[in-house]
Design a protein around this ligand. Structure first.
Ligand code: 13P
Length: 249
């Protein structure tokens, strides 16, 4: 039996004290009791504010990144225990913006997943190919290689992860993978997970990210192997994010 769908907002480097309050008030008012799981992955300086705003609700607080190191001389980084201090339940690891702009390798992403799993936080492990890689026919090899590193490092608790398929060419571009394109990659990832964790593969959520919006969410979320969404731009607009949540539920 598949888990509930997960709709996670990735605010990226957006927000402000006043704007966060307005957005979250509108979300909580409009959401009622959703049948799917909902998370907000917010910039670290707002953990405290958002934790307070979400307290007593079913919406979870998420982080956008985490250090693989536990503590020490790592200027600018946040450790897993710092995330725990604020009740963070999900941490995105390996977002393509981190891989591309900060040179994060598959091995580092796997180490970050291990670090959060060790403290009971669910990693949302992002994988995805660039346009050039898709056009060269390398999509399957690229996403499988990215996921393999995480499976290799975390085989014993692989059922605790969430995988996010985010084709790089669809992120922030307004170009979405078609439901068939997304489903095909999700099915490949599911098969890889089945190989690694046969009895748990159907329980592992594989969510889609990349220009998901209120208009296209329903069709994407209806695909057999799409178990939710990781939403960038549309998560900053309460009416749009609420429509996506409704489509998942
Ligand atoms: P957009 O929804 O803005 O394309 O961003 C997707 C994303 O990168 C979520 O992590």
């Amino acid at each position: 039996m598949r888990k509930k769908q997960l709709i996670a907002g990735n605010w990226k480097m957006n927000g402000g004290l006043a704007a966060n309050q307005i957005l979250i008030d509108a979300l909580l008012q409009g959401m009622g009791s959703p049948a799917c799981d909902v998370a907000l992955c917010v910039p670290a300086p707002y953990f405290s504010q958002v934790q307070a705003l979400l307290s007593g609700t079913s919406t979870a607080l998420g982080a956008q990144d985490v250090s693989a190191q536990l503590q020490g001389a790592f200027t600018g980084e946040q450790s897993v225990s710092m995330l725990c201090d604020f009740g963070v339940r999900y941490a995105i690891v390996g977002h393509s913006e981190r891989r591309q702009l900060h040179g994060e390798t598959d091995e580092l992403v796997a180490a970050k997943a291990s670090a959060v799993l060790g403290k009971g936080i669910t990693p949302i492990v992002c994988v995805g190919e660039t346009l050039a890689q898709r056009e060269a026919g390398h999509t399957e090899a690229v996403v499988k290689h990215q996921l393999a590193a995480v499976i290799h490092a975390n085989g014993h608790c692989i059922s605790e992860i969430v995988v996010a398929y985010e084709p790089v060419w669809a992120i922030g571009t307004g170009v979405t993978a078609s439901p068939d394109q997304a489903q095909a990659v999700h099915a490949m990832l599911r098969a890889q997970l089945r190989h690694a964790a046969s009895e748990h593969a159907n329980d592992i959520r594989i969510i889609y990210g990349g220009s998901m919006n209120a208009a296209n969410a329903g069709e994407l979320l209806a695909q057999a192997d799409i178990d939710g969404g990781l939403i960038g731009g549309a998560s900053l607009k309460a009416p749009d994010f609420l429509k996506i949540i409704a489509a998942a539920c």
